[in-house]
Design a protein around this ligand. Structure first.
Ligand code: H2B
Length: 94
């Protein structure tokens, strides 16, 4: 069972790009184009599948919003922050 993080534990792991609202962390990213946004989604999809942990992804033209929470645990866990880090790496590598 993946352990649920407390609010303070979660806030310590947020970093600069993510915000927390309750048991959900989110990050917005504005890309150069709609097609680049879709490329990012494709890359994140591969990482999510490999981790068996999937973000909610909102696509609005070239703005992506990723939301993470561990549904099976009913809160934030290390899985959310591990995938968030991977999402940050995809975006930083553009
Ligand atoms: C059966 C499968 O392993 C589970 O449903 C996985 C899939 N992806 C998931 N993604 C997220 N964000 N939370 C989960 O609890 C989760 N569980």
């Amino acid at each position: 069972m993946t352990e649920i993080l407390s609010d303070s534990e979660a806030d310590e792991r947020l970093g600069t790009h993510w915000t927390r609202s309750g048991a959900v962390i989110s990050r917005e990213a504005e890309l150069a184009s709609f097609m680049q946004a879709i490329e990012v989604v494709d890359r994140v999809a591969v990482l999510a599948e490999a981790a068996d942990h999937h973000p909610d992804i909102d696509i609005r033209w070239r703005t992506l919003t990723f939301r993470l929470s561990t549904h099976s645990a009913g809160g934030l866990t290390a899985k959310d922050f591990d995938l968030a880090q991977q999402i940050d790496e995809v975006l930083a590598a553009l």
